[in-house]
Design a protein around this ligand. Structure first.
Ligand code: GRF
Length: 193
């Protein structure tokens, strides 16, 4: 028991824009005893994000910010994150590009998950592009967020094989299944667990 004293979970905020399946996997992970994180805040730019229902079920504080005026939204967001003593930010299907200023404020503390084997296929519609290029493999990547889109230091990747009959839909299901394992693994890795 003595080993557990002094172990404090990192207060984490998860940013979402839509479905929130990665949020769900992170929430489950955070509930494990030896998980290095607790999820204290869920942020969205979209009032209608399905993932916000997950926040409700798990009774986690959630806040929605209107990004029509991005600078204003980010300033309010920074205040909220500081108020909640957030130490780690996990982007999980968050469809906004954060400013250089925001990223600097949380330097080295923002992670993202992307459904491709970065540095290949940055940006959106990854599965369509991967299949169009007749790739044999795809996968997912967890990386630190830098000011360049999908370009920060890679933490972990997982490769999946592409079948001959693969469609963007089947590939997205296959990759997503791996994403749900990879994000927790990457977080454990950065905290040396
Ligand atoms: C995932 O494929 C993630 O890699 C990408 O956006 C998608 C979000 O899915 N950044 P969900 O909202 O976590 O289900």
């Amino acid at each position: 028991m003595a080993l557990l004293t002094g172990f404090k979970k990192k207060k984490t905020a998860v940013f979402i824009s839509g479905r929130g399946s990665n949020l769900k996997s992170l929430l489950k992970f955070s509930k494990i005893n030896k998980s290095p994180i607790s999820i204290n805040l869920i942020i969205s730019d979209n009032n209608y994000a399905k993932g916000l229902n997950i926040a409700k079920i798990f009774r986690i504080k959630k806040k929605v910010f209107n990004f029509k005026k991005p600078k204003l939204a980010e300033n309010k967001l920074i205040i909220e994150l500081k108020k909640n003593d957030i130490e780690l930010i996990c982007l999980a299907g968050f469809m906004r590009i954060l400013s250089k200023n925001f990223i600097q404020k949380f330097n080295g503390k923002i992670l993202n998950i992307h459904p491709s084997l970065l540095p290949k296929y940055k940006g959106i519609n990854t599965h369509e592009r991967v299949l169009k290029n007749k790739e044999k493999f795809s996968g997912c990547t967890v990386h630190y967020v830098s000011h360049k889109l999908d370009s920060g230091k890679i933490i972990l990747q997982k490769k999946v094989k592409i079948n001959q009959k693969e469609t963007p839909k089947t590939l997205s299901v296959k990759v997503l299944k791996e994403e749900h394992k990879l994000y927790p693994e990457a977080i454990s890795k950065i905290f040396n667990l």
